[in-house]
Design a protein around this ligand. Sequence first.
Ligand code: RNT
Ligand code: ZN
Length: 417
Amino acid sequence: MTEISETTRSRFADFGIDIESAMMRAAVVPISMPCWQFDDVSGLENVGATLRGGGIAATGTYPGKPRTGEELRQDIELALCLCPGITRLNLHACYAERADSSVDRDAYTVADFSRWMEWAAELNTGLDFNPSFFSHPNADKGFTLSSPDEKTRQFWVNHGKACRKIAEAIGEQQGNRCTVNVWIPDGYKDLPADRLGPRQRLTASLDDIFSVAVNENAIEDAVESKLFGIGSEAYVVGSFEFYYGYAQKNQKLLCLDAGHFHPTETITDKISSVLMYLPNLLLHLTRGMRWDSDHVVILDDLTKEIIDEVVRGNYLDRVRIGLDYFDASINRIAAATLGVRSTRKALLMSMLQPHAKLKELEAAGDFTARLCLLEEIKTLPFGEIWEAFCIQHDCPGESEWLKEIQDYEESEFPQRA
Ligand code: RNT
Ligand code: ZN
């Protein structure tokens, strides 16, 4: 049992910070955990399938990958138990469990997700949702919503429409908005001759998908831009400029994925700019190493900076925090847990910062003191506050959570070999 020491309390009190209130505020910010970290984005449509196309790829062969929806949910449940604070689950349409396997993605209905919904309701976990425009024969040519083939394009438009209806039912059931994110892999490996045509078709497809009226209290739509992918190095239809314009014009959420920009370009500074013109924002926190590699989120400077910006800017009610990574080289459940816990730590750390004081120094033009204060707060005690936070939420502390996953691995994984 960790108690927060008097010394620690008084050090934060010197900055005018109340630790209890910071802990409360950090706990209620929802973090959406990616279901796809648990099975290398395989999905449940054809059990045993591996990721195909789309320029996203999980690498690694760690044992114990779940083979069924039941195993997958069991793994996710363990991860959820180990994450203090409000955790949601981000579900992709390719995790459908169909009664009739001849039904394709353009005709999915809420019934195909009823097991997920029942399970989430039992756990009292909120769900977010994503149409899956990849790992499908109709995506093999590299184009979906911007496809020049009318039949293919229409198939994916219908998939988008079906997914919004499913998400609407999810949102209505859970009593809070289900964020629906559209990401498509469309693009060219090599130099295009026509950059405009695919973007015009993408606009038409999006307009069509969003033309279907839905309960606005149940869902919110986001669109995700990208710089390049494997197989779309030369040109990505849904670029940042494209989606920023589209989101602005149609007042949709823009999804900023931390790995979808030039390697030295961070999303921190984009938040305050785009939120001047957009209603809300979705973040895909991820850790790109040298490229959009989707490594597990850790408590690194980049993550802290992004979260600080959201907290400092008072954007918590306008920014949805989702994680987006998939690493198959380490225990997948641990990877999922680590990313969420690290993000929660960043939130708690940020809640413990003297943001008002920093702004005051800045307004007074005292940039020396601003920089020095930013350095000073880096070494304030944090570990004991985090441990107390975990205890408060009935979650294991730093030295304990992995053990639970290791025990589970030992008893559960051998039968999955
Ligand atoms: C791909 C996008 C997208 C996916 C997930 C699975 O580059 O980041 O968000 O990773 O939807
Ligand atoms: Zn993403």
